[in-house]
Design a protein around this ligand. Structure first.
Ligand code: PMP
Length: 419
């Protein structure tokens, strides 16, 4: 029998590309490179010995439960623990009965597509947005349509215009996918009044919101801003995760779903993965119930703040002029922009030769074409290494900026403004 060919692939699988980010993650494993690529949380501050004892107990003493199938919606205690975490996110009083536990929030995004979208539907996104969500939208054969943002994130009036246009074109909008707090990759924080305006706009157009909030508690100055779901629960599917405040390896996240949609959401989740790992849910529950988890979040937030500041100082010193960025106020990422004409995919290749790697902006946008943006992750690398990475990239950045300037057409005398 001959080997299978691409004709055996479904249309949706044939349309999936390995993302530039995944390519970069493979390369970023090379220990000789400084990686400013992956948004990994820093785990060394976790109480590993005590967590190990808790894990041993879960198997040795509670193995007949922890190693067994569990409820499809997630264990009751994990759903309670999710409500405890959401209260700290600024979303108090969530009903554990409306929580569906998933293997990370990536699986919740995928379940949202499964539950709410038909092939050919539109998902409205901010631009740039999370690459894992874009990949999910592609596999579900959805059109990610970007709506304009400014330095504060989504622009409500522009969202109104986008939704009006899509309606006039007869498109079905499955949902708005948004990351209002310290977004990946932009780092932007949507102000409180805009959160309400965005929800009101979506209500006016009868569009569901999928609010993804892995970074809300990683706030550098002050308490987290209340999520959109806090005041607009009926319109919003809220996604949370243990990945950034505890561990991405346990693969535990969840969705808080409006009551009217919960049953179908959870059946869609069950059809994909039955349920999130029982052992992992029990370990994540132990972290919330038995450990000073908020102390851990405070500690890592302080660390990420210091790393973000060190990175900013380094790019100010080594990449200016030419490199513009938004100073992060939380989260894991610094998003920056080089002059038009710089292709950051090319820059990334040259950067790898120079010994450091970042993710080019093209990975995070549904808009084709050349991009001069890039994402630097500061969450996983200590301050000296961050500075070293920026120093290694400095000559490459400078060469790319100079070459773009040389290629830029000089304005003709006729188009020059009179003095
Ligand atoms: N959403 C966003 C915005 C993210 O940045 C990430 C992880 N990088 C995820 C979802 C997926 O996280 P999880 O580990 O919970 O699946």
């Amino acid at each position: 029998m001959s080997a299978p060919t691409r004709s055996h692939l479904s249309d949706r699988a044939a349309g999936v590309r390995q993302s530039a980010v995944r390519d970069v993650f493979d390369i970023a494993m090379d220990p000789s490179l400084v990686s400013l690529a992956g948004g990994n949380p820093w785990l060394s501050g976790l109480p590993l010995e005590e967590l190990g004892a808790a894990a041993a107990r879960l198997v040795a003493q509670e193995g007949t439960t922890s190693l067994q199938y569990g409820p499809g919606q997630g264990t009751e205690r994990m759903r309670q623990a999710a409500c405890t975490v959401m209260a700290a996110d600024g979303l108090p009083g969530a009903d554990p009965d409306l929580v569906v536990v998933t293997p990370g929030s990536q699986a919740a995004i995928d379940t949202a597509c499964r539950a709410f979208a038909n092939p050919g539907d539109v998902v409205v996104v901010e631009d740039p947005t999370f690459v894992g969500a874009l990949t999910s939208f592609t596999t579900w054969q959805l059109d990610a349509v970007a709506t304009p943002t400014d330095e504060h994130g989504l622009v409500p009036a522009a969202l109104d215009a986008t939704l009006t246009r899509l309606r006039s074109e007869g498109r079905r909008v499955a949902f708005l996918y948004t990351i209002p707090s310290f977004a990946n990759p932009s780092g932007l924080l949507l102000p409180e009044d805009r959160r309400d305006e965005v929800a009101e706009m979506c209500a006016r157009h009868d569009v569901l919101i999928v609010e993804d909030n892995p970074y809300g508690q990683i706030a550098f100055d002050g308490a987290p801003l209340a999520p959109i779901a806090a005041r607009h629960r009926e319109r919003t599917v809220y996604l949370g995760t243990m990945s950034k405040i505890f561990s991405p390896g346990v693969r535990v996240g969840w969705a808080l779903v409006p009551a009217a949609l919960k049953r179908e959401f959870y059946l869609c989740a069950e059809s994909a993965f039955i349920h999130a790992s029982t052992t992992s849910q029990m370990l994540a529950t132990a972290f919330v119930e038995e450990f000073d988890w908020q102390g851990h979040v405070r500690e890592v937030t302080g660390l990420y703040r210091a790393r973000a500041r060190a990175l900013q100082t380094a790019v100010d010193e080594h990449w200016r002029p030419g490199f513009e960025y938004t100073a992060p106020r939380g989260g894991f990422f610094l998003w920056g922009r080089l002059p038009p004409g710089v292709d950051t995919v090319e820059l990334m290749r040259a950067g790898i030769e120079a010994g450091a790697v970042f993710v080019p902006g093209a990975a995070f946008t549904p808009v084709e074409g050349m991009h001069s943006t890039l994402r630097l992750a500061y969450s996983f690398v200590d301050e000296d290494t961050l500075v070293e990475g920026v120093r290694r990239l400095a000559p490459v950045v400078q060469a790319a900026v100079e070459s773009a300037e040389r290629r830029r057409p000089t304005p003709s005398p006729l188009s020059r403004k009179a003095p």
